[in-house]
Ligand binder design. Structure first.
Ligand SMILES: [Zn+2]
Length: 467
């Protein structure tokens, strides 16, 4: 394939910045209008808002007049229809790459309204930020794609060669239930060489980031039994072990005294060294002053590159109903974040082997419901990753960094499975203070502008590439 000379990038940067700037107020108004629609893909909420926001998104991209089609489509799982997604495509010409732009138009529920300083669905613009539910996650991603495409049209006209596919999902915050089916049913329209997922964060408001790793998720419900029925704790306590005691000892074996995960054989991955102090961790997480951190190694290494285990639920006896009884059985749900590069099924086997090997008193152990989510570990040596980094450097006038996310984006695994040859670029529209999913969500206007310019540079450069 050909490459784009470095000298071209300053011209792309200028063209991109002037298009984004000329249209910036209009773009921000679109963001604000989109953010007034409470499209929430959870059953308890009015799903007609998702139809409204899908239509608004479709209209915004239709107005560009560059696609062969812009449609609202949905898939189903077990006969249950998913939320409406916007899909569009124009095919690449003359050997140029096909780029799929992904974002989602559904948002998180607002949570407790009293915790909001402004009304969640009445966006408020201050000097440097816009506040409202979804303004960052992920309606900012939608308008970033829009502004970048607009810049491509402003610079090249409508007859450019780059192929563009668009997928604006409507149920990401609800766990993307029909995502896999949607990908498979629309595979031909979504197929691309590069997928830009504009749904992550930047390192600071000055330093852009490419998200190159995500941890995966493994969870399992475990049941511990010691008795075939409950018995009086005075009659038998001291000689007969109750299931809660066995469970406590079993769960305690999952970590050593420093809080380091004690399950043998789990992988770790090396993450990039970025400055993040224990103080920042304390502030960001609300850790109490005398409570120590757990684990070992750099903070980011612990959060991004190593496994973590959390017991997220226990079914025993609520305190209010407690009586002097030896509980015969207890259930616990164990949730494990796994390092980039770790296979979830293998991690589950290691966890089960640990539990079976550490069951106290010969208690009976059985396993229930399992969830497996793959981690993500991007190879940043591909041409698209190199190109996006160059684009970020020019768009932000600052060198980008690779960041990880301790959490998981399960749909990324579906993308890699359905489109194994596509390079996936997880880019950021958020900054550390965006508070996605929390009250007072906001987008930093200048960061969003720089994200738009960078994506525009990427498209302009991609349009020059011969695959
Ligand atoms: Zn999101």
């Amino acid at each position: 394939m050909t490459s784009v000379p470095d000298s071209e990038f300053s011209r792309f940067a200028q063209d991109s910045a002037s298009s984004v700037d000329n249209r910036f107020e209009v773009t921000l108004s679109s963001l604000i209008e989109l953010s007034k629609v409470p499209g929430i893909a959870w059953e308890a909420f009015d799903s007609s808002n998702l139809d409204t926001s899908a239509q608004m998104v479709a209209d915004l991209f239709r107005n560009l007049n560059i696609f062969d089609f812009v449609e609202v489509r949905r898939s189903a799982v077990d006969g249950k229809p998913g939320a409406p997604a916007v899909i569009a495509r124009r095919a690449a010409k003359n050997g140029k790459p096909q780029v799929l732009l992904y974002a989602h138009h559904d948002v998180q529920p607002p949570g407790n309204i009293d915790d909001w300083k402004t009304k969640p669905f009445e966006p408020v613009r201050t000097e440097d930020r816009i506040f409202g539910r979804g303004v960052a996650d992920d309606k900012a991603g939608i308008v970033a794609h829009l502004a970048a495409l607009q810049a491509l049209v402003d610079s090249k006209g409508k007859d450019f060669d780059l192929g563009i596919s668009l997928f604006i999902e409507g149920e990401e915050e609800a766990g993307s239930p029909t995502f896999r089916n949607f990908l498979e049913e629309n595979q031909a329209d979504l197929a691309a060489d590069v997928i830009i997922v504009a749904d992550s964060g930047n390192w600071t408001t000055e330093i852009p980031a490419l998200t190159t790793t995500l941890r995966g998720l493994v969870s399992v419900v475990v049941q511990v039994k010691t008795l075939d029925h409950a018995v009086h704790s005075g009659m038998y306590g001291g000689a007969v072990p109750d299931a809660m005691l066995a469970t406590i000892k079993l769960l305690a074996s999952l970590h050593d005294d420093q809080g380091e995960v004690a399950v043998a054989g789990l992988k770790s991955a090396q993450t990039d060294e970025l400055a993040y102090s224990e103080n920042s961790l304390r502030q960001d997480s609300g850790l109490l002053p005398n409570t120590q951190t757990i684990g070992s190694g750099g903070i980011l290494q612990r959060i991004w590159g190593k496994p973590a285990i959390t017991v997220i639920g226990i079914d025993g006896q609520p305190v209010a109903l407690s009586s002097n009884t030896l509980l015969p059985s207890v259930r616990a749900k164990i949730s494990m974040r796994i390092a980039p590069g770790q296979d979830p099924a293998e991690a589950l086997n290691l966890l089960k082997a640990h539990l079976l090997g550490h069951t106290p008193f010969g208690a009976e152990l059985s396993f229930g419901e399992v969830e497996l989510g793959k981690p993500f570990d991007m190879d940043d040596s591909g041409w698209a990753a190199q190109l996006v980094k160059k684009s970020l450097a020019h768009g932000w006038s600052a060198a980008p960094v690779n960041i990880g996310i301790g959490g998981s984006i399960p749909f990324i695994a579906d993308l890699t499975e359905v489109f194994p040859s596509a390079q996936i670029l997880v880019t950021g529209v958020e900054d550390p203070d965006s508070r996605a999913h929390s009250p007072n969500e906001s987008v930093h206007i200048e960061s969003l502008r720089k994200a738009m310019v960078s994506e525009a540079i990427f498209l302009l450069a991609g349009n020059e590439l011969q695959l």
